[in-house]
Design a protein around this ligand. Structure first.
Ligand code: AMP
Length: 988
């Protein structure tokens, strides 16, 4: 009884002690929503206790500010088999999918209570029951689900509390995927001395946030602790979407990976995640502009929110002028106009205007007017006048005008024009000159035809020259026999546009030229026209006929020419295709092998990114889960759906906001490196997102994560052949890298990724990571970090990183694989490792590691790097081992997965079991019927069946699963017989 009184006293004084240190209820953080807080309940809590007497009791105490606190206590430490339940009232779930229960309590240490051994407990249990309404208040205890057993971190050890301030235990538990409208919580005491001081039930949300000008509402976190809730943001006032804004709400109530953005509308600018109106005198015209800008020269704005500024009087802006350009004026007139007449041509020359109006787009237009002599009447020049180089939009200050009429008055105006001339065209922009052309001979007769051809005569006719330049007084026809000398010509003169030519020789070709004469003299002779006299006096229109023949000839020539062109085109296309492929191949190719290009050798590393990594539109990417934390930001898994391609799972590395340009380049350099590789054992780059934030690198998704973790999780679960298969894949990837002259420098199991088919791929090509951020890295005396345990001695000592040092690291990876993720050199310090290697120590074979593999490791760890095998040799060796699994049967015994000091280096001799033929073996297991299948598939020896799996059997046509199982289990037996092992292997 005295003891009981002592206990109760202890409990009461315990509360008093607590009260002294109990602060008022905290206001919850922005990402928590309270469903129940026992401390804020006014009056009694009135939870349901059972039994109603002698179990949990509600006790009201005062905190230091005299505010009552409702607590529950129980302390039946003396009596065995306690089962005291306390249920809360019904708590509405609200929007919660996962709830958190924070319990503050005190718990007596049983050691401090004499005589309670065997009955006193130091834990209590937390339960919950979901229900849609408050009608399950008295539901049977068996219907409650257990959340957890709760123990104290800070139990009391002293009854005498004196003036010591007692600390409270605070424990938080959570439970997810709630589906009903509400729930009850229950506290089960099984014989402890407990005081429940406060119970706070809440759920988490990502609080309202604004990122990239998009507002994301309060979002309740997902039910799963790793799930992300994708939320679409809406643009803040006065802004519009540039790219769909999205963010992910993480389970801890934190927002992650903002994607997309909004931009402030024209007339507004971004200020601390808001769009603020541009002040008077300022403007912002495009949502892509940086911010509000002062109105440019000669412009103004009188209202807030201007999207452009109006021009001062007399100043203008052309439609294509950017809003940032000052307003401008039309130019002044050109000056110093000089004309130079040459017969019917004029050369005009001038100086640029003194004022260009503040613009760079000055050109000149020529206006030509023909004026009647001695009158002021002028009319625009005809279309036949020619200008060189052109009449309008001249950039030069000179033009020559041709084919004017002879002896005629002209006025020429030269207009200076710029982009705003049309707003205010005025004669002040032009300079003019008036002149008279000279007398001039007529232009050439362009076309001569013949008709009425007989044996001795023909009639010629022609058109007047295009520019007669005066009255034509006469035409002159010059002709001669085609086969005769041109000098023995004859002349016929006529005032009309035709002439009868007589006394010709029959069946003879004649050449004719015609020219016209005015008062200014003869024009030039026309081009030659050829006609032949006839054998009979049939009237033929010679010109037309010869034109038809000419047409046929021309058509024929065109067809032939086209044919030649087509053939040449096809031929050159082929050649150029050939040379193109050659060129494409030539790029980064030395002696037929592609060579890796270091992106940092590019003057502009962005160029390397563009060259080696494809830009992906964020709308093709769906982020699903955070799967890791990389050096630059979260690594997520998700899906990628490129247009025209099927959706695939991808890993998405993100670059957190706030990085410098250099860090952005470092981050993306990994993509420029991976983008150069194309091999099944090298992680494949899908592309990058660089045009919007966050910057991302998208690679294929490797379901089983990093190799070291994967091996540790599956310790002992693979056959030796499967492990060798893993090693072969890594070696093949490394061979590819060394062929490309790429040195990895950080080859380790943690940097190999494994996919769902157990395919291993070399990854981690981050440039800065290699030496600076390697978790295993240790600073060497020469600066920089090096993963000591994986690195060859020459690379540690004098930084000689080569493919041979990668081979050393590969040997360590072999060791990691064969020991299922054991740490190389166990707990030895880096310094001890360096020293041991220097003294010739090498890692011993891991447990059950075939000697052949350990031998290969030792070769990879040869001191002289030239003595180490090349990756191509390693691949060949592993292939050989896979082909002859019997060579893998010799192991070094069981001693090796222990510390080096206990290792026995001597390999144990194993005798191989006596092996039957495949036929005998099939007979033995009662599946003789498959003899043919095995023979046809090339399984000739018993060793060759060892690496077989379900797929191989299916391929051979053995589809019955019972038979498959029987064969494979027999194979297992064969293998364990070879290995002298009793434990069975479970294929993953
Ligand atoms: P890293 O920044 O490359 O070291 O990546 C950090 C973590 O993200 C790694 O340890 C992996 O667990 C995970 N990870 C990176 N890339 C992938 C991928 N392609 N597939 C699956 N997990 C990955």
């Amino acid at each position: 009884m005295a003891l009981m009184a002592g206990i109760i006293y202890a409990l009461t004084s315990l509360f008093l002690g607590i009260c002294a240190g109990l602060s008022a209820p905290r206001s919850p953080p922005a990402n928590e929503v309270t469903l129940l807080d026992s401390r804020s309940v006014q009056g009694e809590l009135a939870w349901v206790a059972s039994p109603t007497e002698g179990g949990w009791e509600e006790v009201s105490i005062m905190d230091e500010k005299n505010i009552p606190i409702r607590t529950y206590q129980v302390c039946n430490v003396m009596e065995p088999s306690q089962n005291n339940w306390l249920r809360t009232h019904w708590i509405q779930r609200g929007a919660a999918q996962r709830i958190y229960i924070e319990i503050k309590f005190t718990l007596r240490d049983c050691n401090s209570l004499p005589g309670v051994i065997g009955t006193c407990k130091e834990t209590f249990n937390l339960y919950y029951l979901e229900s849609d309404s408050d009608n399950e208040r008295y539901a049977h205890e068996s219907r409650f689900s257990k959340i957890d057993t709760v123990a104290a971190d800070e139990s009391f050890t002293q009854v005498d509390i004196g003036d010591r301030i007692m600390k409270l235990n605070t424990e938080v538990r959570d439970v997810g995927v709630l589906s009903r409208a509400g729930f009850y919580l229950a506290f089960q005491d099984v014989g402890a001395c407990i005081a429940l001081v406060s119970v706070h039930v809440f759920y988490k949300k990502c609080p309202l946030a604004v990122r990239n000008l998009a507002q994301f509402p309060d979002t309740v976190t997902g039910a799963d602790t790793s799930s992300l809730v994708e939320v679409r943001g809406s643009c803040v006032d006065h802004s519009e979407e540039q790219e769909v804004p999205k963010m992910y709400c993480g389970a801890d109530g934190e927002w992650l990976v903002p994607i997309g953005n909004c931009l402030c509308n024209p007339g507004y600018e971004e200020r601390i995640e808001q769009c603020q109106v541009c002040k008077v005198g300022y403007y912002r015209s495009l949502s892509s502009d940086v911010g509000c800008r002062k109105c440019p020269l000669h412009s103004y704005s009188v209202k807030e929110g201007a999207t452009s500024c109006d021009c001062d009087k007399g100043y203008y802006r052309s439609e294509t002028d950017p809003a940032a350009m000052p307003c401008t004026r039309p130019p002044s007139a050109p000056h110093n106009l000089i004309s130079n007449v040459n017969e019917t041509s004029v050369l005009l020359d001038w100086s640029p205007p003194l004022s260009s109006g503040g613009r760079q787009d000055l050109t000149y237009n020529v206006v030509c007017k023909q004026c009647v002599r001695d009158t002021q009447r002028c009319s625009p020049c005809g279309d036949d006048v020619r200008y060189s180089p052109q009449r309008l939009s001249l950039r030069s200050t000179r033009v020559s005008v041709h084919q004017l009429q002879a002896h005629t008055n002209y006025t020429f105006q030269i207009w200076a024009i710029n982009g705003v001339s049309k707003h205010n065209p005025s004669p002040e922009q032009a300079v003019s000159v008036t002149l008279t052309t000279n007398q001039a001979a007529p232009s050439m007769v362009m076309s001569v035809q013949s008709k009425d051809i007989t044996r001795h005569t023909l009639a010629l006719f022609w058109d007047q020259p295009e520019k007669p330049n005066g009255v034509i007084l006469e035409y002159e026809v010059k002709y001669y026999e085609k086969d005769q000398n041109e000098r023995s010509y004859r002349i016929v003169k006529t005032t009309s546009r035709n002439a009868d030519i007589k006394d010709l020789t029959p069946l003879t070709s004649y050449v004719f030229h015609v020219r016209a004469r005015t008062a200014a003299g003869y024009g030039d002779f026309s081009a030659p026209f050829e006609f032949s006299t006839n054998t009979v006096a049939a009237p033929v229109v010679g010109g037309v006929m010869s034109s038809a023949v000419l047409l046929l000839l021309v058509a024929g020539c065109v067809v032939v020419l086209l044919l030649i062109l087509i053939i040449t085109f096809i031929f050159t296309k082929r050649r150029s295709k050939y040379s193109k492929t050659k060129q494409g191949e030539d790029k980064n190719v030395q002696q037929g092998v592609r060579i890796y290009v270091d992106p940092f050798t590019y003057e502009d590393p962005n160029q390397a990114i563009r060259e080696f990594a494809k830009e992906i539109n964020t709308s093709c990417i769906k982020i699903e889960k955070v799967i890791g934390i990389g050096e630059f930001g979260e690594v997520c898994s998700g899906r990628l759906k490129l247009p025209g391609k099927r959706e695939i799972c991808v890993a998405i590395k993100t670059l957190k906001a706030g990085f410098t340009e250099q860090q952005r380049l470092d981050f993306l350099s990994e993509a420029s490196v991976i983008g150069q590789f194309d091999h099944p054992n090298i992680i494949h780059l899908e592309g990058v997102v660089t045009k919007c934030k966050p910057v991302m690198i998208i690679t294929e998704y490797m379901e089983n994560g990093s190799l070291d973790m994967f091996l540790r999780k599956n310790d002992g679960r693979f056959t030796v052949i499967q492990l060798v298969g893993i090693l072969r894949g890594i070696a093949s990837g490394m061979k590819y890298l060394s062929d490309m002259s790429y040195v990895h420098r950080d080859l380790a199991a943690r940097n190999i990724l494994v996919n769902s088919n157990l395919v291993c791929k070399v990854s981690d090509f981050g440039m800065s990571r290699v030496l600076e951020d390697e978790p295993e890295g240790a600073y060497t005396t020469r600066g920089g970090k090096i993963p000591i345990r994986w690195t060859a001695p020459e690379a540690i000592t004098y930084r000689k990183f080569t493919s041979a040092s990668d081979v050393w690291s590969y040997g360590i990876v072999m060791w990691e694989v064969m020991s299922y993720g054991e740490r190389p050199y166990w707990d030895m310090s880096n310094q001890d490792v360096i020293k041991a290697i220097e003294e010739g120590y090498r890692l011993p074979p891991p447990m059950e590691c075939p000697l052949a593999l350990h031998q290969l490791m030792l070769e990879c760890w040869m001191r002289e790097r030239a003595d180490r095998p090349k990756f191509s040799q390693i691949v060949n060796m592993l292939d050989k081992l896979i082909r002859n699994p019997a060579t893998l049967k010799r192991t070094a015994g069981d001693a090796s997965r222990s510390h080096p000091s206990t290792i026995n280096h001597a390999p144990s001799e194993c005798s191989a079991p006596s092996l039957a033929s495949v036929d005998d073996w099939l007979k033995l297991i009662g599946l003789e019927q498959y003899r043919e299948n095995f023979n046809t598939a090339g399984y000739s020896s018993i060793e060759s069946v060892i690496p077989m799996n379900h797929e191989d059997l299916a391929k051979m046509g053995i589809s019955c699963s019972a038979h498959q199982r029987k064969i494979l289990s027999s194979v297992e037996d064969l293998l364990s017989g070879m290995h002298h092992r009793q434990d069975s292997k479970v294929p993953v």
